[in-house]
Write a protein that binds this ligand. Structure first.
Ligand SMILES: [Zn+2]
Length: 282
């Protein structure tokens, strides 16, 4: 746990310096990273890093082209503590549970939660570049870019790619025998010999479970975004927004959804759904 804390602190500090995390986001990432690496293991931490590095890179990728579409969302590119816990809280809880109950074989649930967060972030960051006008997933009505619950073919393809990315990585980690949670030398030896016998089947199973988790969670995320997530409209500019007070200074009016359900709450629910699908399929 001490070694995990040192590694998590070093990576979080680097992410803070690179302006990928705010100061409270970096502190939350230390907690998340320590538990995932210390109680899950190396394979678990590698999946977490794959999500975090790819998502931060995609946020920066063509940021100028996405600025106009992204300006009505509540938060910018620098992740805060609430965003870190909304995307990583479920995965962290699963890693802690896996250390207490190794018999539950929770790696597919963890991979499902990470895949859900990855698919949603990739879909958002790539989807903002879509030339096609997003359509609301529930009614098919055209909505402005950046609207919660709006989907485009490009964004959907990005969600699929994110699920394939995490699924392929999880399968590779199972193939090399890193994905079990082992707590003694005897466990390591028996896990390694068992892994060599069952690895190809287990790898195929985890890839399928992770991809299914990513796609169903992305669908769930969009459905919640189009229905219960709070959406607002500025009366002065006549524009939809996620903000309660618009950039122009006017108070906005809620047009749909529940006031207490924001994008972070939807992400938390979607990662929980990803974990459930991953565990069930896996
Ligand atoms: Zn306004």
């Amino acid at each position: 746990m001490i070694l995990a804390l040192v590694i998590a602190a070093a990576i979080s500090a680097a992410a803070f310096r690179a302006r990928a995390l705010s100061i409270d986001g970096a502190l939350a990432a230390v907690v998340v990273g320590t538990i995932v690496l210390g109680m899950g293991g190396a394979a678990w931490a590698i999946l977490l890093l794959a999500f975090f590095i790819s998502s931060s890179a995609l946020t920066r990728w063509r940021a100028a082209a996405k600025a106009a579409a992204g300006e009505e969302v509540l938060k910018g590119g620098r992740r805060d503590a609430v965003q870190v816990l909304a995307n990583g809280g479920v995965a962290t809880a699963i890693a802690a549970l896996a250390a207490l109950r190794p018999d539950l074989a929770l790696f597919p649930a963890f991979a499902g939660a990470i895949a859900a967060a990855t698919a949603d972030t990739w879909a958002t960051e790539v989807g903002l570049l879509s030339r096609a006008t997003p359509r609301l997933i529930t009614t098919g009505r055209r909505v402005p870019a950046g609207t919660s619950g709006g989907v485009t073919p490009l964004g959907t393809a990005a969600a699929l790619a994110g699920g394939l990315f995490i699924g392929t990585l999880a399968a590779a980690l199972v193939l090399v025998g890193w994905a079990g949670s082992s707590h003694s030398v005897g466990d390591v030896v028996s896990a390694a010999s068992a892994a060599s016998r069952a690895a190809p089947v287990a790898a195929a199973r985890i890839a399928l479970a992770t991809l299914a988790a990513a796609l169903l969670a992305a669908l769930f995320d969009s459905l919640l975004g189009a229905t219960v997530q709070a959406a607002y409209r500025c009366p002065r500019c006549d524009r939809p927004t996620e903000r309660r007070v618009h950039r122009c200074g006017a108070r906005t009016a809620r047009t749909r959804g529940l006031a207490w359900i924001d994008n972070d709450a939807v992400n938390l629910a979607a990662t929980a759904a990803g974990a459930a699908v991953g565990w069930w399929v896996g």
